[in-house]
Design a protein. Structure first.
Length: 317
């Protein structure tokens, strides 16, 4: 989250706002150091991270029906990232509604990532970089969310270059690759965070932990991984979170809406459980996670879905 002494967003210039970024590598190191050695030992020497936090694809117009934007701005608890998507990217000119709500999010400590489609490395690198530069010029974003990233070996140089370009715009910019499924280990250096699941609740619960052959994931901090679960139900919310933890991820969004254009009807519960997941004495018992590990310090943290439904802006107004 942004530091408490960050200047008021409404009163500072774009340059000053961008200068407030904290290097995510430094932030991750601080988080890792904060994990008690006893907690790691209690889990058999594997990662037992902090409570889960939300990474929300905010594909809804900021003023639509009161908007999910307003809800998280009023209560940003346990929300780490939102992904802004103006027109399947930044558009060509600044939209004042997005400017306002992006600034509002950053003012309460939520990091905002600009959506950038890469079409499985099929879009020219120069075109993608131009879109990144447009995001940087129009809005005070904290980094970029690269959608439709191929999970097979061969495009590492492309995404390494995009990450380097992001850092050239600002050294603290965060980069996220959306594979939506497991991926080759050679992609790990190409972004700070990787989406390893974007799939239905049914698929998630049928394939926990489903990381066979991808055990390299467990040698990295859970803060390097995120998951998005759609077609999800309120009754399985506990099980969904437990499955996400088993898949070694720190960031998650659970929703019934496969278009990511509405607020989950169970958002209040989801938001609360994110913060207390495996932490407080009154947190719910989560299936599949031993209670001793859960209480110790937290939890261990594309799917076949069509491209037409994958992380696509809906632009509802």
């Amino acid at each position: 989250m942004a530091t408490a002494d960050e200047p008021e967003v409404a009163l500072e210039s774009l340059e000053r706002r961008l200068s407030s970024h904290v290097d995510p590598e430094t932030e991750r190191a601080r988080e890792e150091e904060a994990i008690p050695a006893a907690a790691i030992a209690a889990a058999g020497g594997i990662w037992v991270p902090w409570p889960l936090k939300a990474m929300i694809p905010m594909y809804i117009y900021p003023t639509y029906l009161g908007s999910f934007w307003n809800v998280i701005e009023a209560n940003p608890s346990n929300v780490e990232y939102v992904i802004a998507n103006v027109e399947t990217g930044p558009g060509t000119s600044a939209n004042s509604d997005y400017t306002t709500h992006i600034d509002n999010c950053r003012a309460v400590g939520i990091k905002v990532l600009g959506y950038v489609d890469t079409n499985y490395a099929g879009i020219a690198q120069s075109t993608v970089e131009a879109e990144m530069a447009t995001w940087n010029g129009l809005y005070a974003v904290d980094g970029f969310f690269f959608d439709r990233v191929p999970n097979v070996i061969g495009s590492e140089a492309y995404y390494t270059a995009l990450c380097a370009y992001a850092k050239s715009l600002h050294p603290g910019f965060i980069t996220v690759n959306n594979f939506g499924t497991t991926f080759a280990a050679s992609y790990m250096p190409t972004a700070g965070i990787h989406v390893i699941t974007e799939n239905t609740e049914a698929n998630l619960l049928a394939n926990v932990p489903s990381l066979v052959g991808y055990e390299f994931v467990f040698s990295y901090a859970p803060s390097r991984f995120a998951q998005v679960i759609y077609d999800a139900t309120a009754g399985n919310l506990h099980a969904d979170m437990a499955a996400v933890a088993k898949r070694h991820s720190a960031y998650v969004f659970v929703t019934p809406d496969g278009a990511y254009g509405t607020q989950p009807p169970y958002w209040t519960e989801e938001q609360t459980w994110l913060g207390g997941f495996g932490a407080s004495e009154d947190s719910p018992v989560l299936p599949g996670i031993p209670q001793g590990v859960e209480r110790a310090s937290g939890n261990e943290r594309r799917s076949a879905r069509s491209a037409a439904r994958r992380w696509t802006a809906r632009g509802k107004r």
